[in-house]
Design a binder for this molecule. Structure first.
Ligand SMILES: *Cc1c(COP(=O)(O)O)cnc(C)c1O
Length: 384
């Protein structure tokens, strides 16, 4: 019996192990020269931005929302079809998320519904590039300009993703945040990166990620004068990335395109193998654009011989781990009760949730594992 195929598995090689050991043997451990190198390399990868390394995407989203001035009484429009981190950071600042439905095909936020949700209290929009497929950013940027709103991009799934030929992260928005959580397309265990084209947002995020200190610890300890002096300019947070984590991130970043090619090839294999099955397959980007393929989400059609839970159980019985992205926020007790949200107000997300299954897709998957996943789906849906 072959072993269980997990839903996700990090792709850690000898380079990462060697780099982490080297960082552990250095005198730094916490934020220092390796983190700075990781930031520079990441900024170069995106192009035309500053990068601020943090200990999670949640931290990065919080810092971005704080840096653009979100506060009590403000509203921030976001999608219901996401992980709770996207919206909880709005509550950290005493503001209110306003949830809108997703597009039924892409599962990304529906631009038409954004405009309908704008009120005099609206300050910003947080978009999520679901699964690694870019949101249609042009209309969203147009709506934001028309109403004087800022845009934050939750790019936890979107490395490397492009929109009309440009890397996500390099578009004309306030800030973009990546996650390096263990299941994401680049991993540091826990970690994240805030990128921005706005030097004022970068400066504020750097200050607030470390206690509101006006200079990075690294600069403080290495600049020629006043090694001990620092100033607290705000009640900041403790969101800095460690050099041990950044050491893992650097070789991961160098391999980004290689790892993406492997995920892309798996997505193509799934597309072909599942084409004739009673499944709705994931949406693709416009020709020439890149889907990061963090997730491969299929949806069961009405004629599928079992429901979503039955499908996941059947896959597990065949040794394949699946997941669901997401249980929409409007169905979660906290959000549902606080904002009196009803399933019928989010028909696309509610329907997607009832049908969606995320199939394992990770760069370290062997061809044998890939074939097991494909054969499991085919046999479960009655094609042997
Ligand atoms: C993973 C994820 C996050 C949170 O990332 P962390 O690095 O774990 O804080 C936020 N938004 C989305 C859409 C995610 O998938």
């Amino acid at each position: 019996m072959t072993s269980f195929i997990p839903f996700a598995r990090p792709d850690i090689g000898q380079e990462e192990i060697d780099a982490v050991v080297e960082a552990m043997r250095s005198d730094w451990l916490t934020t220092g020269p390796v983190t700075q190198r990781f930031e520079h390399a990441f900024a170069e990868t995106i192009g035309g931005v500053e990068a601020v390394a943090v200990n999670s995407a949640t931290a990065g989203l919080h810092l971005a929302a704080e840096a653009i001035g979100i506060g009590p009484g403000d509203e921030v429009i976001t999608t219901t079809h996401t992980f709770t981190a996207t919206a909880e950071v709005v509550r950290y600042l005493g503001a209110d998320p306003v949830f809108v439905d997703c597009d039924a095909t892409t599962l990304n936020i529906d631009p038409a519904r954004i405009e309908a949700a704008v009120t005099p209290r609206t300050k910003a929009i947080i978009v999520v590039h679901f699964g690694g497929l870019a949101c249609d950013m042009d209309p969203i940027i147009t709506i934001a300009r028309r109403h004087g709103l800022q845009i934050i991009e939750d790019a936890a799934h979107a490395l490397p993703t492009t929109y009309k030929g440009s890397m996500i992260g390099s578009l004309d928005t306030a800030a973009t945040i990546y996650s390096f959580y263990a299941t994401k397309t680049l991993v540091t265990g826990e970690g994240g990166m805030l990128v921005t084209r706005d030097p004022a947002i970068a400066k504020r995020a750097r200050t607030m990620r470390l206690h509101g200190i006006d200079r990075d610890v690294f600069d403080r300890f290495t600049s020629s004068q006043s090694k001990w002096r620092y100033e607290i300019v705000a009640p900041g947070f403790k969101y800095n990335m460690t050099d041990v984590a950044a050491a893992m991130g650097l070789p991961q970043l160098r391999k980004m395109h290689l790892l993406h090619e492997k995920r892309s090839a798996l997505a193509t294999a799934y597309d072909e193998a599942f084409a004739d099955l009673p499944l709705q397959l994931p949406a693709h980007p416009q020709p020439g654009d890149v889907h990061a393929w963090h997730l491969y989400v299929v949806r069961l059609r009405d004629e599928t011989p079992m429901d979503r839970d039955g499908f996941i159980e059947g896959m597990a019985a065949r040794g394949v781990g699946c997941s669901v992205h997401y249980i929409p926020l409007h169905l979660q007790p906290y959000w549902r009760d606080k904002y009196e949200l009803r399933p019928e107000d989010f028909p696309a997300s509610t329907d997607a949730f009832s049908r969606a299954v995320s199939i394992p897709l990770f760069s370290r998957m062997t061809t044998g594992e890939r074939d097991t996943v494909i054969e499991s789906v085919q046999s479960l849906l009655g094609r042997d």
